[in-house]
Ligand binder design. Structure first.
Ligand code: MLC
Ligand code: AMP
Length: 500
């Protein structure tokens, strides 16, 4: 038996001397050197006694080694569980314990709370720095370099990515090797990636976009990636003349447009700009074209589904739309009961195909609640399709804020606020933001007789929630607007505070 994900992405590059990673300091790592490093980390993981199917939780800085750790997990049949570097130990505790991770790889000098998290969950803790430091890298120095991969079936789990829900705790989306491979192959072909491509990689590698879409495509195509450690606009500008393609969230593009020197010359070597993870304003699309001559290609996806739609490579890229269903993906627009709406009508987007995940980790009920009997996954995104099948996303049926491409679940923030002293209740909404699209805004009602200041909320949430989830603005109110059923009227709050 083979390990299709490993063989196709990594194994076949074993003797490939071509450059894979280009680093901002001018150094390069070849495919062969990368695969060798992955084999060394695979040997290290094997030496720690990890068995195929074990979960490896990873919260480390973006680096070549961090990517090699992903490859090593694929090689050993371990389930890779990447975590946002901004998560607090408090947030991490749930992911590590819920997934039953046997190993947590953190940045060097982990906070004492993180050590406790690992201990409490019965996970081994090792560290990895971006510069070869850390205990795991130390162990790797003496490890056997494994060449062979553990056999895996196509539908074996390759990764779990946690994604929150509108109710209850976060859910671990289970992605199989076949999910990742099929999607990467379709996108490589559709977007015409080849070994001549150099992808400007400024995204984080703990989400679908930067990890699977960007990295897997480059590996399949045999191209190169300029690996930026941070989403730094200056570094993007400096590196762009060496690149042929870029993937980014809309904030990347609005930030580039804010640079007076950015234009046709900077983008002259580029063949493709791709945007996703959050809505790209049609206006941004048009401004970008006017400035650079490039029409940004917008696509749409989700942790649970990988990519589902894309504007075409050739043919019209319609501003404000996310394009048509990818080859092999069925997409329909339905009402809440799963009945198709009339052509052009607004409804919930449902998708089916080899891209769709295998369910939520140990949550069969939650999986069943979002999966139709005929295999369609209910995305919770609201949209409509035009006569050519181009989908426009108009909103979400789920209560979700997308800030700079990061998802924030108001319910989670509200629960954290409500637990603070002196708070009676709260409501969190997305407020428009010129840079990040939207940011969380909290309306907080103090308990009777309590005097609260907005800083009490923001300071109280430090250490509880990752910075990006903490409200940028806190408004104190005497009561929340409610409808006759007692449900908080978030639409009224949005209207009152600058949103739609
Ligand atoms: C950082 N901050 C954010 C934030 N990112 N706040 C809200 N939302 C965000 N996304 C905080 C920082 O902690 C900091 O707080 C302050 O904002 C300013 O930070 P910054 O220096 O401006 O942030 P920066 O490092 O430049 O990052 C912004 C960003 C980044 C938008 C470039 O968040 C990013 O790379 N986003 C991409 C997310 C992504 O890859 N999503 C894909 C999900 S997969 P303070 O207090 O220190 O000032 C998916 C499926 C699909 O959705 O379809 O792709
Ligand atoms: P995540 O769960 O982090 O993978 O985020 C997925 C969500 O991001 C989707 O359900 C959409 O709401 C949103 N999204 C992704 N791509 C786009 C896009 N091109 N336009 C609008 N929303 C998008």
């Amino acid at each position: 038996m083979t390990n299709p994900l490993f063989d196709r992405l990594f194994g076949r590059h074993r003797d490939n001397a071509a450059r894979f990673l280009l680093l901002p300091d001018g150094s390069q790592i070849s495919f062969a050197a990368f695969v060798r490093r992955a084999g060394q980390l695979a040997g290290t993981l094997a030496g720690l006694g990890l068995e195929p199917g074990d979960r490896v939780a990873v919260q480390v800085a973006k680096s070549p080694d961090a990517l090699a750790l992903y490859a090593a997990c694929v090689q050993r049949g371990l389930v890779f569980l990447p975590l946002n570097a901004a998560y607090t130990p408090n947030e991490l505790e749930y992911f590590v314990s819920n997934s039953g991770a046997r190993l947590l790889v953190a940045s060097p000098d982990p906070a004492p709370e993180l050590v406790q998290v690992a201990e409490g969950a019965g996970a081994r803790l090792e560290t990895m720095g971006a510069d070869g430091s850390g205990s795991l890298c130390g162990l790797a120095a003496g490890a056997t370099v494994l060449a062979d991969a553990v056999p895996r079936r196509a539908d074996d789990l390759a990764a779990i990515l946690y994604t929150s829900g509108t109710t209850g705790r976060s859910k671990g989306a289970m992605l199989t090797g076949a999910n990742l491979l099929s999607n990467a192959q379709v996108l490589t072909d559709l977007w015409r990636f080849t070994d001549a491509d150099v992808l400007l990689h400024g995204l984080p590698i703990f989400h679908t976009h930067g990890l699977f879409v960007a990295t897997n495509i480059t590996l399949l195509a045999g191209g190169a990636m300029i690996l930026l450690p941070n989403p730094d606009t200056g570094a993007m500008l400096a590196q762009m003349p060496k690149a042929t393609a870029m993937m980014g969230v809309p904030t990347f593009y609005t930030r580039l447009l804010d640079q007076p020197g950015f234009g046709r010359e900077t983008a002259g070597h580029m063949r493709l700009f791709i945007s996703g993870s959050a809505p790209l304003l049609a206006e941004t699309h048009r401004r970008f074209e006017a400035r650079t001559g490039h029409r940004i290609l917008e696509r749409y996806g989700m942790t649970e589904t990988n990519m589902s739609t894309s504007n075409p490579y050739d043919g019209p890229r319609k501003p404000g739309t996310v394009g048509t269903a990818l080859p092999g993906v069925d997409l329909r627009i339905c009402d809440a009961q799963g009945r198709g709406v009339a052509q052009g009508g607004i409804g919930i987007i449902e998708v089916r195909g080899p891209n769709v995940f295998a369910g939520y980790w140990q949550m069969p009920d939650k999986t069943a609640a979002e999966m139709r009997a005929d295999g369609f996954f209910v995305t919770g995104d609201l949209g409509f399709a035009d006569a050519d099948g181009y989908v426009t996303i108009v909103g979400r049926s789920k209560d979700l804020i997308i800030s700079g491409g990061f998802n924030i679940y108001p319910k989670e923030v509200e629960e954290a606020i409500d637990a603070l002293p002196g708070v009676l209740e709260s409501a969190v909404i997305g407020a428009p933001h010129p840079d990040l699209g939207e940011v969380p805004l909290a309306v907080v009602v103090p308990q009777p007789g309590h005097v609260l200041r907005p800083e009490d909320i923001t300071e109280g949430l430090a250490g509880v929630l990752a910075r990006f989830k903490r409200p940028r603005q806190v408004i104190l109110a005497e009561a929340l607007p409610r409808n006759a059923m007692g449900k908080v009227q978030k639409a009224a709050l949005r209207r009152a505070h600058g949103g739609g």
